[in-house]
Design a protein around this ligand. Sequence first.
Ligand code: T1G
Length: 689
Amino acid sequence: MTMVRYEVRGHIALATIDNPPVNALSAAVRAGLAEAIQRANADAAAVAVVIAATGKAFIAGADISEFGKPPVAPLLPDVLDAIARSRKPVVAAIQGVALGGGLEVALACQGRVALASAKLGLPEIKLGLIPGAGGTQRLPRLIGAAKAFPMMLSGEPITAGQALEYGLLDEVVSGDVVAAAVRLAEVLAEEGRGPLAHATERLTEADHEAFELLAGEALRKAEGMPNVPALVEAVRSLFRMPFEEGLKVERRLFLELVADERSKALRHVFFAEREVAKVPGVGPEVQPREIRSAAVIGAGTMGGGIAMCFANAGIPVTLIETAQAPLDNGMNRIAAIYDISVQRGSLTPEARAQRLKRITPAVGLIAAATADIVIEAAFEEIGVKRDIFTGLDKVAKPGAVLASNTSYLDIPTIAAVTSRPQDVLGMHFFSPANVMKLLEIVRTQEVAADAIATAVALGRKLGKVPVVVGNGFGFVGNRMLEQRTRATERLLVAGALPHEIDAALTGFGFKMGPCAMADLAGLDIGWRSRKARGIKAAVADAICEAGWLGQKTGRGYYLYPQGARVGQRDPEVEALIARISAERGLTRRPFSQEEILARLLDPMVNEGARILAEGIATRPGDIDVVWIHGYNWPAWRGGPMFWADSVGLDVIAKRLAAQAEEIGDKALEPAPLLKRLAAEGRGFGSLKS
Ligand code: T1G
């Protein structure tokens, strides 16, 4: 069955792409398009061609799932060449989105008409690539390099209105876009338009200079990503060589990037972010409950941030505290955060007022009585949570979803105090809740499928990346973070210093290392949690006992003189660490950055293997998404499980076994799943969800 239907409407050949869900340019679609162009050029009944599509997208781009596999003819550049060389004018009728190769198809046409609601863009940069089918050579010729370059650099789509203004579209319509395209095709045929010329009028000296300014800025911010310099080089060729040569430069650069590990990682993340929406036992037939209003219990940092998520998404929310004073503090903190956004220009004063109006402060659980969902974000102590849920069980309306934002406590224990465990689940936001995208949705044995579906749908409406995880201490993210924290302690006592440990992770691509992050969050958080669980961490405990709790006290692992945001090495802390090593009879030794990195990340991967084996995470990609969106694992590294596969599970298993032996810590032994995959020469990616 062809993916491209061919018919003649009047004197116009109409080629309609039909490849659900988003008309990706699979091999079959490419073949169908090439055949339609050939057929139309031989069809005496047709004087021109319109390319249209069915469904929500014109064309979402090349089929990303085909990358890395042996190429299948016809290749997209060849199909676009056939469109551009067509003797009969070709017009694109764009609805939904024309992205990547989809926009490149439209750029190879003589004319372009779009629905007013359509969006057009070249997002390849987000996949670690650059446009690879003429986009870097055709778009600047149409709208100028100074406008085209930022579009390709950001990867963000523009509206049909902006595209018309830029000269990217010939017409924008609200009605029948195919009919409008047919009319344009008839006009172009009457004008005797033939093969696409490679206009250069827009490529003026002024445009060149404007582009070079933007390119210089982009290169300064590229942060080592290879596709930014590649994009600059491809666009520069517009001003240096003829079209055909420029196409060759673009193709060479594109193919190099497709083979780059960083692009492979970003393509893995693209699909992993979509896979997480597929929750076993919660299929598309499970209807989410309607959320018209919400309530948040606790107006602290987390509760306030969660309330802002609702207000920002246009959902009225009641923010509840036990007394007026903490409530006022919470509201003031929210207003202050919005003020900063207004000062930065990212929020208008009107929008600020609207959002604040959506947050109703109240004292007492009774204020949650009408909410469709209640999210508890109170003190991280199981007794406090059980009291709150006991009260909620009495006041919340039947069918309301009752969620706890706990970051590691047991959800079934909380659900057990209610008469409705089927409505109780975890919704673990990450601080700052109004910024971080990750939302861990904790599923218990008893929770109803539609409650999970409600939390997932709500998470997406709040602009989060919801990942459904099983119940267990620390769920997925914090459980693995604990392994890295323990590894940090081991390294400090064995010979590494805070700045060396942090440098290993920032060199890997994290924004901050574990010591700097702890200083930022406050060392007392971990200290309180360890004391509650009877866990010792010699160095961290000693720093806390000295009263050095991080940035908020001016010193923690590092010194923060005059409230500096970037820490300086603290000789007293380094002496304290050396003393602890000596007390343990350990001879400190230097660690290379590579060894520090392995000792920090291998135990996390090992815990990830246990999490998979226990079914706490559905897929390895889910764990990758958790770490990218919850802890700033660099997306171009793909996430911990993707990284482990790129290192080789046999290498990681060997390193873990050697470390377990050296330290005498059985917990560092390779987990059974890791050991099995390593022995079979497989990676986590070979596990089918
Ligand atoms: N290739 C393959 N599958 C794709 C796809 C693509 N380009 N885009 C989406 N899908 C799948 C997705 O995995 C999911 O599958 C389903 O479609 C719905 O997607 C040569 C080299 C179009 C805005 O980067 O931005 O062209 O989970 O959940 O929220 O220069 O998908 O249902 O099995 O995201 O409505 C450039 C990527 C490619 C656009 C729709 N194009 N896609 O969003 O649905 S590279 C892109 C999107 C390229 C050329 C270069 C979005 C969307 P499943 P979804 P959505």
